[in-house]
Design a protein around this ligand. Structure first.
Ligand code: 6PG
Length: 475
Protein backbone atom coordinates (compact mmCIF):
# COMPACT_ATOMS: atom_id res chain seq x y z
CA UNK A 1 0.00 0.00 0.00
CA UNK A 2 1.20 3.53 -0.76
CA UNK A 3 2.57 5.08 2.43
CA UNK A 4 1.10 8.17 4.04
CA UNK A 5 2.97 11.50 3.88
CA UNK A 6 2.07 12.31 7.47
CA UNK A 7 0.33 10.80 10.51
CA UNK A 8 -2.07 12.28 13.04
CA UNK A 9 -2.97 11.09 16.53
CA UNK A 10 -6.09 12.40 18.28
CA UNK A 11 -9.36 12.52 16.38
CA UNK A 12 -11.16 15.12 18.50
CA UNK A 13 -12.74 18.05 16.68
CA UNK A 14 -9.46 19.85 15.91
CA UNK A 15 -7.59 16.67 14.99
CA UNK A 16 -10.42 15.39 12.76
CA UNK A 17 -10.71 18.69 10.95
CA UNK A 18 -6.97 18.97 10.43
CA UNK A 19 -6.86 15.39 9.10
CA UNK A 20 -9.73 16.06 6.67
CA UNK A 21 -8.01 19.25 5.51
CA UNK A 22 -4.77 17.30 4.91
CA UNK A 23 -6.60 14.58 2.97
CA UNK A 24 -8.61 17.10 0.96
CA UNK A 25 -5.45 18.82 -0.24
CA UNK A 26 -4.34 15.55 -1.84
CA UNK A 27 -2.01 14.31 0.90
CA UNK A 28 -2.18 10.75 2.13
CA UNK A 29 -2.58 10.63 5.91
CA UNK A 30 -2.53 7.87 8.52
CA UNK A 31 -4.73 8.44 11.58
CA UNK A 32 -4.86 6.87 15.02
CA UNK A 33 -7.06 7.43 18.03
CA UNK A 34 -6.86 5.93 21.53
CA UNK A 35 -10.31 4.44 21.03
CA UNK A 36 -10.26 2.48 17.73
CA UNK A 37 -14.03 2.88 17.32
CA UNK A 38 -13.49 6.62 16.85
CA UNK A 39 -10.95 5.94 14.06
CA UNK A 40 -13.43 3.69 12.27
CA UNK A 41 -16.20 6.25 12.66
CA UNK A 42 -13.91 9.02 11.36
CA UNK A 43 -12.93 7.09 8.23
CA UNK A 44 -16.56 6.05 7.63
CA UNK A 45 -17.68 9.70 7.77
CA UNK A 46 -14.85 11.02 5.58
CA UNK A 47 -16.78 10.32 2.38
CA UNK A 48 -14.74 10.82 -0.78
CA UNK A 49 -11.71 11.85 1.31
CA UNK A 50 -11.47 8.34 2.81
CA UNK A 51 -9.34 7.33 -0.18
CA UNK A 52 -6.51 9.47 1.21
CA UNK A 53 -6.95 8.30 4.80
CA UNK A 54 -5.43 5.19 6.37
CA UNK A 55 -7.28 4.43 9.59
CA UNK A 56 -5.06 2.45 11.96
CA UNK A 57 -6.12 0.32 14.92
CA UNK A 58 -2.70 -0.02 16.57
CA UNK A 59 0.31 2.26 17.04
CA UNK A 60 2.47 -0.30 15.26
CA UNK A 61 0.23 -0.32 12.20
CA UNK A 62 0.00 3.49 12.31
CA UNK A 63 3.77 4.06 12.36
CA UNK A 64 4.31 1.45 9.66
CA UNK A 65 1.82 3.26 7.38
CA UNK A 66 3.84 6.52 7.25
CA UNK A 67 6.74 7.28 4.87
CA UNK A 68 10.02 7.79 6.82
CA UNK A 69 11.23 10.10 8.20
CA UNK A 70 7.76 10.10 9.73
CA UNK A 71 6.06 13.36 10.70
CA UNK A 72 3.39 12.60 13.31
CA UNK A 73 1.00 15.31 14.47
CA UNK A 74 -0.19 14.88 18.04
CA UNK A 75 -3.45 16.80 18.46
CA UNK A 76 -4.56 16.11 22.01
CA UNK A 77 -5.17 18.15 25.16
CA UNK A 78 -2.06 20.16 26.09
CA UNK A 79 -0.14 19.03 29.18
CA UNK A 80 0.93 15.66 30.60
CA UNK A 81 -1.14 13.75 28.04
CA UNK A 82 1.32 14.89 25.35
CA UNK A 83 4.30 13.45 27.27
CA UNK A 84 2.41 10.19 27.80
CA UNK A 85 1.51 9.98 24.13
CA UNK A 86 5.13 10.62 23.14
CA UNK A 87 6.35 7.90 25.51
CA UNK A 88 3.91 5.43 23.95
CA UNK A 89 5.00 6.34 20.45
CA UNK A 90 8.79 6.48 20.89
CA UNK A 91 9.54 2.72 20.93
CA UNK A 92 7.99 2.37 17.47
CA UNK A 93 9.85 5.26 15.81
CA UNK A 94 13.16 5.32 13.95
CA UNK A 95 15.91 7.87 13.23
CA UNK A 96 14.78 11.36 12.14
CA UNK A 97 11.09 10.71 12.77
CA UNK A 98 9.34 13.89 13.90
CA UNK A 99 6.76 14.16 16.66
CA UNK A 100 4.70 17.33 16.19
CA UNK A 101 2.70 18.84 19.03
CA UNK A 102 -0.08 20.89 17.45
CA UNK A 103 -1.88 21.82 20.68
CA UNK A 104 -1.68 25.11 22.60
CA UNK A 105 1.41 24.02 24.53
CA UNK A 106 3.45 26.19 26.83
CA UNK A 107 6.62 26.84 24.80
CA UNK A 108 8.74 25.97 27.85
CA UNK A 109 7.30 22.43 27.68
CA UNK A 110 8.08 22.42 23.97
CA UNK A 111 11.73 23.34 24.62
CA UNK A 112 11.90 20.60 27.27
CA UNK A 113 10.42 18.00 24.90
CA UNK A 114 12.69 19.09 22.06
CA UNK A 115 15.79 18.89 24.28
CA UNK A 116 14.78 15.52 25.71
CA UNK A 117 14.81 14.00 22.23
CA UNK A 118 18.18 15.48 21.23
CA UNK A 119 20.28 12.34 21.69
CA UNK A 120 17.58 9.91 20.60
CA UNK A 121 17.85 10.51 16.86
CA UNK A 122 14.20 11.60 16.92
CA UNK A 123 13.10 15.20 16.75
CA UNK A 124 10.22 17.40 17.79
CA UNK A 125 8.22 20.25 16.29
CA UNK A 126 6.11 22.62 18.38
CA UNK A 127 3.41 23.83 16.03
CA UNK A 128 1.02 26.65 16.85
CA UNK A 129 -2.25 26.30 14.94
CA UNK A 130 -4.75 29.13 14.95
CA UNK A 131 -8.19 29.47 13.45
CA UNK A 132 -10.37 27.28 15.62
CA UNK A 133 -12.34 24.37 14.21
CA UNK A 134 -13.14 26.08 10.92
CA UNK A 135 -9.54 27.09 10.41
CA UNK A 136 -8.31 23.54 11.05
CA UNK A 137 -10.75 22.23 8.45
CA UNK A 138 -10.32 24.84 5.73
CA UNK A 139 -7.04 26.67 6.33
CA UNK A 140 -5.39 27.65 9.61
CA UNK A 141 -2.42 29.92 10.26
CA UNK A 142 0.48 27.68 11.26
CA UNK A 143 3.53 28.68 13.34
CA UNK A 144 6.33 26.11 13.26
CA UNK A 145 9.26 25.70 15.66
CA UNK A 146 11.90 22.96 15.38
CA UNK A 147 14.94 22.12 13.28
CA UNK A 148 15.07 23.49 9.75
CA UNK A 149 15.52 19.94 8.45
CA UNK A 150 12.32 18.73 10.09
CA UNK A 151 10.50 21.79 8.71
CA UNK A 152 11.63 20.88 5.19
CA UNK A 153 10.03 17.45 5.63
CA UNK A 154 6.62 18.88 6.59
CA UNK A 155 6.66 22.07 4.54
CA UNK A 156 4.77 20.75 1.47
CA UNK A 157 1.88 19.28 3.49
CA UNK A 158 1.60 22.28 5.83
CA UNK A 159 1.76 24.72 2.92
CA UNK A 160 -1.04 22.86 1.17
CA UNK A 161 -3.38 23.00 4.19
CA UNK A 162 -2.65 26.51 5.46
CA UNK A 163 -4.82 29.57 4.92
CA UNK A 164 -3.79 31.79 2.01
CA UNK A 165 -3.68 35.59 1.93
CA UNK A 166 -3.67 36.57 -1.76
CA UNK A 167 -2.20 33.14 -2.56
CA UNK A 168 0.53 33.62 0.05
CA UNK A 169 0.48 30.62 2.46
CA UNK A 170 0.02 31.49 6.13
CA UNK A 171 2.61 29.05 7.44
CA UNK A 172 6.27 29.51 8.26
CA UNK A 173 9.20 28.06 10.11
CA UNK A 174 9.92 30.62 12.81
CA UNK A 175 12.96 29.14 14.55
CA UNK A 176 14.26 26.38 16.74
CA UNK A 177 12.53 24.40 19.53
CA UNK A 178 9.81 26.53 21.18
CA UNK A 179 9.68 29.38 18.62
CA UNK A 180 6.38 28.29 17.03
CA UNK A 181 4.55 27.78 20.32
CA UNK A 182 5.96 31.02 21.70
CA UNK A 183 4.65 32.98 18.73
CA UNK A 184 1.26 31.23 19.08
CA UNK A 185 1.19 32.24 22.74
CA UNK A 186 1.76 35.88 21.86
CA UNK A 187 -0.86 35.57 19.11
CA UNK A 188 -3.27 34.54 21.84
CA UNK A 189 -2.14 37.37 24.15
CA UNK A 190 -2.94 39.82 21.35
CA UNK A 191 -6.21 37.94 20.74
CA UNK A 192 -7.15 38.51 24.41
CA UNK A 193 -6.38 42.25 24.09
CA UNK A 194 -8.28 42.59 20.82
CA UNK A 195 -11.34 40.83 22.28
CA UNK A 196 -11.23 42.81 25.53
CA UNK A 197 -11.00 46.13 23.68
CA UNK A 198 -13.94 45.25 21.43
CA UNK A 199 -15.90 44.25 24.54
CA UNK A 200 -15.04 47.57 26.23
CA UNK A 201 -16.31 49.52 23.21
CA UNK A 202 -19.44 47.33 23.31
CA UNK A 203 -19.82 48.32 26.99
CA UNK A 204 -19.66 52.03 26.13
CA UNK A 205 -22.26 51.60 23.38
CA UNK A 206 -24.52 49.49 25.60
CA UNK A 207 -24.23 51.18 28.99
CA UNK A 208 -23.11 54.68 27.97
CA UNK A 209 -25.21 55.23 24.85
CA UNK A 210 -27.99 52.79 25.73
CA UNK A 211 -27.86 51.00 22.37
CA UNK A 212 -29.43 47.60 21.72
CA UNK A 213 -27.33 44.58 20.82
CA UNK A 214 -28.46 44.59 17.19
CA UNK A 215 -27.79 48.34 16.82
CA UNK A 216 -24.28 47.75 18.17
CA UNK A 217 -23.99 44.90 15.68
CA UNK A 218 -24.81 47.40 12.92
CA UNK A 219 -22.02 49.71 14.13
CA UNK A 220 -19.52 46.83 14.09
CA UNK A 221 -20.76 45.79 10.65
CA UNK A 222 -20.07 49.32 9.42
CA UNK A 223 -16.60 49.35 11.01
CA UNK A 224 -15.81 46.03 9.38
CA UNK A 225 -15.86 47.77 6.01
CA UNK A 226 -13.17 50.23 7.14
CA UNK A 227 -9.87 50.38 9.00
CA UNK A 228 -11.01 47.89 11.64
CA UNK A 229 -11.82 45.20 9.08
CA UNK A 230 -11.03 41.94 10.88
CA UNK A 231 -12.39 38.52 11.77
CA UNK A 232 -13.05 39.50 15.39
CA UNK A 233 -15.13 42.56 14.39
CA UNK A 234 -16.94 40.45 11.79
CA UNK A 235 -17.94 37.76 14.29
CA UNK A 236 -18.83 40.39 16.91
CA UNK A 237 -21.43 41.78 14.50
CA UNK A 238 -22.82 38.29 13.90
CA UNK A 239 -22.90 37.46 17.60
CA UNK A 240 -24.63 40.74 18.49
CA UNK A 241 -27.32 40.16 15.88
CA UNK A 242 -28.12 36.60 16.92
CA UNK A 243 -31.37 35.85 18.77
CA UNK A 244 -31.79 33.36 21.61
CA UNK A 245 -34.20 30.66 20.41
CA UNK A 246 -35.37 30.06 24.00
CA UNK A 247 -36.36 33.62 25.01
CA UNK A 248 -36.36 35.55 21.74
CA UNK A 249 -33.93 38.03 23.33
CA UNK A 250 -30.57 39.01 21.80
CA UNK A 251 -28.23 36.09 22.41
CA UNK A 252 -25.59 38.25 24.14
CA UNK A 253 -28.21 39.46 26.63
CA UNK A 254 -28.75 35.95 27.97
CA UNK A 255 -25.06 35.01 28.20
CA UNK A 256 -23.32 35.29 31.58
CA UNK A 257 -20.76 38.11 31.75
CA UNK A 258 -17.94 35.85 33.00
CA UNK A 259 -15.30 34.59 30.57
CA UNK A 260 -12.97 31.66 31.16
CA UNK A 261 -9.40 31.22 30.00
CA UNK A 262 -7.12 28.32 29.27
CA UNK A 263 -3.78 29.96 30.01
CA UNK A 264 -2.16 31.29 26.84
CA UNK A 265 -3.04 34.92 27.64
CA UNK A 266 -1.59 34.54 31.12
CA UNK A 267 1.58 32.95 29.72
CA UNK A 268 2.06 35.96 27.40
CA UNK A 269 1.94 38.28 30.36
CA UNK A 270 4.25 36.13 32.49
CA UNK A 271 6.82 35.97 29.69
CA UNK A 272 6.53 39.72 29.02
CA UNK A 273 7.22 40.34 32.71
CA UNK A 274 10.10 37.84 32.70
CA UNK A 275 11.71 39.72 29.84
CA UNK A 276 11.00 43.20 31.19
CA UNK A 277 8.70 44.23 28.34
CA UNK A 278 5.64 46.39 29.07
CA UNK A 279 2.64 44.55 27.61
CA UNK A 280 0.06 46.56 29.51
CA UNK A 281 -2.90 46.09 27.16
CA UNK A 282 -2.45 42.31 27.22
CA UNK A 283 -2.08 42.39 31.02
CA UNK A 284 -5.28 44.44 31.28
CA UNK A 285 -7.12 41.95 29.08
CA UNK A 286 -6.06 38.98 31.20
CA UNK A 287 -6.98 40.86 34.40
CA UNK A 288 -10.28 41.80 32.75
CA UNK A 289 -11.13 38.12 32.34
CA UNK A 290 -10.19 37.44 35.94
CA UNK A 291 -12.49 40.22 37.20
CA UNK A 292 -15.23 39.04 34.85
CA UNK A 293 -15.16 35.66 36.54
CA UNK A 294 -15.67 37.22 39.99
CA UNK A 295 -19.33 37.91 39.31
CA UNK A 296 -20.70 37.43 42.82
CA UNK A 297 -18.12 39.86 44.23
CA UNK A 298 -18.98 42.39 41.53
CA UNK A 299 -22.70 42.13 42.26
CA UNK A 300 -22.05 42.59 45.97
CA UNK A 301 -19.79 45.60 45.33
CA UNK A 302 -22.40 47.24 43.11
CA UNK A 303 -24.82 47.06 46.04
CA UNK A 304 -22.30 48.95 48.20
CA UNK A 305 -21.10 51.57 45.73
CA UNK A 306 -23.92 51.85 43.20
CA UNK A 307 -22.98 53.24 39.79
CA UNK A 308 -21.73 56.81 39.23
CA UNK A 309 -24.18 59.42 37.91
CA UNK A 310 -24.25 59.79 34.16
CA UNK A 311 -22.08 62.57 32.70
CA UNK A 312 -23.26 63.63 29.25
CA UNK A 313 -20.88 64.36 26.41
CA UNK A 314 -20.39 68.06 25.69
CA UNK A 315 -20.19 69.32 22.08
CA UNK A 316 -19.86 65.81 20.82
CA UNK A 317 -22.73 64.60 18.67
CA UNK A 318 -23.65 60.93 18.23
CA UNK A 319 -22.02 60.41 14.86
CA UNK A 320 -18.81 62.15 15.88
CA UNK A 321 -18.71 60.00 19.02
CA UNK A 322 -19.12 56.81 16.98
CA UNK A 323 -16.25 57.96 14.76
CA UNK A 324 -14.21 58.58 17.92
CA UNK A 325 -14.98 55.07 19.18
CA UNK A 326 -13.81 53.59 15.88
CA UNK A 327 -10.57 55.58 15.97
CA UNK A 328 -10.06 54.85 19.66
CA UNK A 329 -10.31 51.12 19.00
CA UNK A 330 -7.75 51.41 16.22
CA UNK A 331 -5.35 53.42 18.40
CA UNK A 332 -5.64 50.93 21.26
CA UNK A 333 -5.20 48.02 18.89
CA UNK A 334 -1.93 49.54 17.67
CA UNK A 335 -0.65 49.61 21.26
CA UNK A 336 -1.61 45.97 21.87
CA UNK A 337 0.06 44.74 18.69
CA UNK A 338 3.13 46.91 19.28
CA UNK A 339 3.43 45.35 22.74
CA UNK A 340 3.01 41.80 21.44
CA UNK A 341 5.69 42.30 18.80
CA UNK A 342 7.98 43.92 21.38
CA UNK A 343 7.64 40.81 23.57
CA UNK A 344 8.54 38.62 20.58
CA UNK A 345 11.56 40.80 19.75
CA UNK A 346 12.85 40.40 23.31
CA UNK A 347 12.20 36.64 23.31
CA UNK A 348 13.97 36.31 20.00
CA UNK A 349 17.15 37.62 21.64
CA UNK A 350 16.70 35.75 24.95
CA UNK A 351 16.04 32.38 23.31
CA UNK A 352 18.31 32.86 20.28
CA UNK A 353 15.50 32.35 17.76
CA UNK A 354 15.93 35.24 15.28
CA UNK A 355 12.14 35.49 15.03
CA UNK A 356 11.26 37.02 11.65
CA UNK A 357 8.81 39.84 12.49
CA UNK A 358 7.60 40.52 8.91
CA UNK A 359 6.97 36.79 8.43
CA UNK A 360 4.99 36.52 11.66
CA UNK A 361 2.76 39.42 10.64
CA UNK A 362 2.47 37.91 7.16
CA UNK A 363 1.24 34.50 8.35
CA UNK A 364 -1.30 36.13 10.69
CA UNK A 365 -3.04 37.93 7.82
CA UNK A 366 -5.37 34.99 7.14
CA UNK A 367 -6.52 31.83 8.91
CA UNK A 368 -5.94 32.88 12.51
CA UNK A 369 -8.33 34.44 15.01
CA UNK A 370 -6.67 37.89 14.84
CA UNK A 371 -6.58 37.96 11.03
CA UNK A 372 -7.19 41.40 9.60
CA UNK A 373 -6.36 44.04 7.04
CA UNK A 374 -4.39 45.72 9.80
CA UNK A 375 -1.89 42.82 9.83
CA UNK A 376 -1.12 43.51 6.18
CA UNK A 377 -0.14 47.03 7.22
CA UNK A 378 2.01 45.61 10.03
CA UNK A 379 3.65 43.28 7.49
CA UNK A 380 4.58 46.27 5.32
CA UNK A 381 5.91 48.27 8.27
CA UNK A 382 8.14 45.39 9.51
CA UNK A 383 9.26 44.54 5.97
CA UNK A 384 10.62 48.08 5.67
CA UNK A 385 12.09 48.11 9.19
CA UNK A 386 12.39 44.55 10.61
CA UNK A 387 14.49 45.68 13.60
CA UNK A 388 12.54 48.78 14.59
CA UNK A 389 12.37 49.23 18.38
CA UNK A 390 8.58 49.57 18.45
CA UNK A 391 5.88 49.29 15.79
CA UNK A 392 4.39 52.65 16.83
CA UNK A 393 7.46 54.61 15.73
CA UNK A 394 7.39 53.29 12.15
CA UNK A 395 6.26 56.03 9.71
CA UNK A 396 2.94 54.34 8.84
CA UNK A 397 1.97 53.56 12.43
CA UNK A 398 3.21 56.82 13.96
CA UNK A 399 0.93 58.60 11.50
CA UNK A 400 -1.98 56.33 12.49
CA UNK A 401 -1.30 57.01 16.17
CA UNK A 402 -1.18 60.77 15.59
CA UNK A 403 -4.50 60.53 13.74
CA UNK A 404 -6.27 58.49 16.41
CA UNK A 405 -4.84 59.12 19.87
CA UNK A 406 -7.03 62.20 20.41
CA UNK A 407 -10.11 60.01 19.92
CA UNK A 408 -8.77 57.42 22.35
CA UNK A 409 -8.22 60.22 24.89
CA UNK A 410 -11.81 61.46 24.52
CA UNK A 411 -13.27 57.95 24.71
CA UNK A 412 -11.26 56.99 27.80
CA UNK A 413 -12.22 60.30 29.47
CA UNK A 414 -15.90 59.72 28.72
CA UNK A 415 -15.70 56.17 30.08
CA UNK A 416 -13.84 57.29 33.21
CA UNK A 417 -16.38 60.04 33.96
CA UNK A 418 -19.23 57.56 33.57
CA UNK A 419 -17.65 54.75 35.53
CA UNK A 420 -17.53 52.46 32.50
CA UNK A 421 -14.60 50.06 32.85
CA UNK A 422 -12.10 50.32 29.99
CA UNK A 423 -8.94 48.73 31.43
CA UNK A 424 -7.41 47.76 28.08
CA UNK A 425 -8.28 50.98 26.26
CA UNK A 426 -6.98 53.13 29.12
CA UNK A 427 -3.82 51.06 29.51
CA UNK A 428 -3.17 51.53 25.79
CA UNK A 429 -3.54 55.28 26.19
CA UNK A 430 -1.21 55.35 29.19
CA UNK A 431 1.27 53.25 27.23
CA UNK A 432 1.43 55.89 24.47
CA UNK A 433 1.65 58.67 26.99
CA UNK A 434 4.47 56.96 28.89
CA UNK A 435 6.32 55.84 25.76
CA UNK A 436 6.31 59.18 24.02
CA UNK A 437 7.22 61.43 26.97
CA UNK A 438 10.96 62.06 27.00
CA UNK A 439 10.98 63.27 30.62
CA UNK A 440 9.13 60.87 32.88
CA UNK A 441 8.74 60.77 36.64
CA UNK A 442 11.04 57.93 37.69
CA UNK A 443 13.58 60.49 38.94
CA UNK A 444 11.38 60.65 42.04
CA UNK A 445 11.30 56.85 42.28
CA UNK A 446 15.11 56.79 42.01
CA UNK A 447 15.34 59.31 44.85
CA UNK A 448 12.86 57.34 47.01
CA UNK A 449 14.84 54.12 46.48
CA UNK A 450 18.01 55.88 47.45
CA UNK A 451 16.34 57.42 50.52
CA UNK A 452 15.05 54.18 52.01
CA UNK A 453 17.55 51.68 50.62
CA UNK A 454 20.67 53.62 49.53
CA UNK A 455 20.15 52.10 46.07
CA UNK A 456 21.89 55.06 44.43
CA UNK A 457 20.87 56.90 41.27
CA UNK A 458 22.23 58.34 38.06
CA UNK A 459 22.27 62.12 37.62
CA UNK A 460 21.20 63.86 34.43
CA UNK A 461 24.41 65.95 34.41
CA UNK A 462 26.63 62.84 34.70
CA UNK A 463 28.25 64.05 37.96
CA UNK A 464 29.40 60.99 39.94
CA UNK A 465 27.53 61.50 43.21
CA UNK A 466 25.09 58.59 43.42
CA UNK A 467 23.47 59.39 46.80
CA UNK A 468 21.23 62.26 47.87
CA UNK A 469 21.53 64.70 50.78
CA UNK A 470 18.44 63.18 52.42
CA UNK A 471 19.20 63.93 56.07
CA UNK A 472 17.52 62.24 59.03
CA UNK A 473 15.56 59.01 58.45
CA UNK A 474 17.41 58.15 55.22
CA UNK A 475 19.27 54.87 54.79
C1 6PG B 1 -6.84 30.19 18.01
C2 6PG B 1 -7.38 30.35 19.40
C3 6PG B 1 -7.48 29.00 20.05
C4 6PG B 1 -8.33 28.99 21.29
C5 6PG B 1 -7.75 29.75 22.44
C6 6PG B 1 -8.80 30.25 23.36
O1 6PG B 1 -5.85 30.85 17.74
O2 6PG B 1 -7.41 29.42 17.25
O3 6PG B 1 -6.56 31.17 20.14
O4 6PG B 1 -6.19 28.55 20.24
O5 6PG B 1 -9.59 29.45 20.98
O6 6PG B 1 -6.91 28.88 23.10
O7 6PG B 1 -8.18 30.54 24.53
P1 6PG B 1 -8.95 30.84 25.86
O8 6PG B 1 -9.83 29.65 26.12
O9 6PG B 1 -7.87 31.01 26.86
O10 6PG B 1 -9.74 32.07 25.59
Amino acid sequence: MQKAEIGLIGLGVMGSNLALNIAEKGNRIAVFNRTPARTQEFVAEAGALAGNIIGCATVEEFVEAIRPPRPIIIMIKAGDAVDQQMDLLKPYLSANDIMIDAGNANFRDTIRRFDALKDSGLTFIGMGVSGGEEGARHGPSIMVGGTEESWKRVEPVLTSISAKFNDDPCVAWLGNDGAGHFVKTIHNGIEYADMQMIAEIYGILRDGLGMSASAIGDVFGQWNTGRLNSYLIEISEKVLKATDPVTGKPMVDVILDSAGQKGTGKWSVIEAQNMGVAATAIEAAVAGRVLSSQRQERLAAEKIFGLPPKVERKNHDGMAFLADLESALLAAKIAAYAQGFAVMAAASKDFGWSLPMPTIARIWRAGCIIRSQFLDEITSAFTKEPDVANLIVTPAFSKMVKDTDGALRRVVSYAALNGLPVPALSSALSYFDSYRRGRGTANLIQAQRDFFGAHGFERLDGVDRPHGPWGSGAA
